[in-house]
Design a protein around this ligand. Structure first.
Ligand code: FAD
Length: 287
């Protein structure tokens, strides 16, 4: 398996992000979907982590198994929220000792819904980057927020924190966005702050109007009127037509990003529905 920093140094990456299944039905679909995407020979996969540890063992087992058995470099996500330092150290040491996990995405995370325990011993993702680097020779990624992060005191403050965090790490992957200028604005600000590390745009395939509105609200991403108009116009022809418009819009966004020389594309595949939408975007782009 490879370090993502080396993959990026060699050329453009393209990757898929999965969430650990939570139901029997989702498990039944997980491996066939993953194998279908693995057949496209992506640069890497990544597996999300339920903040507070709700998917701790499943995320770890999936990341180790995919690296070892599926021969696709797979990155583990890890979050600070609601964790003690010792818990994070134990998990990162576990990854190091597996001998197959070389990449970690270090995140702040959000406390789980309904959680009323202590906030966690580490507050910011930058502290987790330092912890990961102190334990092993990982390639470490961080999140970046083009729009910016909803808890930020200002755009300038978020850009400055992102630049400082990225200086400690190897690369960033962005939150999803629907207009390329948000991504270019982020990269430009980071450059002005002296940070030129690779920032991979995160691409969310829109498969339904309700789900995208909910996710965009949660992440502070703007769904542009032009896109919602196209989606609502398609709605009269049914859910498949909405999905087609979502895939077409994401393909156009990726083409615009690729034309400007982005270091890669990271598709939020999450579940079977978004995974196959991501595969169609990938095919449209002829990657
Ligand atoms: P941080 O970098 O800690 O930033 C959080 C906020 O604090 C920002 O407003 C920032 O400006 C501010 N800040 C940072 N440093 C400082 C400082 N020193 N002083 C003051 N303010 C500061 N969540 C999950 O739970 N599980 C996942 O698997 C997961 N995967 C993700 C994958 C990607 C590609 C992305 C983009 C996000 C993912 N998230 C995931 C969501 C992420 O955890 C949330 O967006 C979270 O709220 C912020 O994470 P962060 O790493 O950006 O946090």
């Amino acid at each position: 398996m490879a370090k993502i920093s080396d993959i990026l140094a060699a050329g453009k990456s393209w990757s898929f992000e999965f969430s650990p299944p939570r139901t029997d039905d989702a498990w039944a679909q997980f491996w066939p979907t993953l194998d279908d995407l693995a057949a496209l020979a992506p640069s890497f996969f990544s597996v999300t982590y339920g903040a507070g540890g709700s998917t701790r063992d499943t995320t770890r087992d999936l990341v180790v198994d995919i690296n070892r058995d599926r021969q696709v470099t797979t990155m583990a996500h890890l979050t600070c929220a609601a964790h003690r330092r010792a818990e994070l150290e134990a998990l990162v040491s576990d990854y190091r000792d597996s001998g197959v996990v070389e990449n970690i995405l270090a995140l702040g995370g959000d406390p789980p819904v309904g959680y009323d325990g202590p906030p966690g011993e580490l507050t910011y993702a930058s502290e987790l980057v330092e912890l990961v680097c102190s334990i092993g020779e990982f390639s470490v990624g961080v999140a970046a927020h083009p729009e910016p992060h909803p808890r930020s005191e200002s755009v300038a403050a978020d850009r400055a924190h992102t630049a400082a965090k990225l200086e400690l790490a190897d690369f960033a992957i962005t939150q999803f966005f629907f207009e390329a200028h948000h991504y270019f604005g982020l990269v430009e600000s980071l450059k002005l702050l002296g940070c030129a590390k690779p920032v991979i745009p995160g691409i969310m395939p829109v498969t339904s109007i309700a789900s995208i509105k909910r996710m965009a609200e949660l992440q502070g991403s703007e769904v542009p009127v032009g896109l919602t108009d196209r989606l609502y116009a398609a709605e009269t022809d049914g859910p498949a037509a909405v999905r087609d418009v979502g895939i077409q819009a994401a393909t156009e966004l990726c083409e615009e990003l690729l034309a400007e020389g982005v270091p890669g594309l990271h598709f939020f595949a999450f579940n079977r529905t978004t995974a196959y939408a991501a595969r169609e975007i990938h095919q449209n782009l002829g990657l």
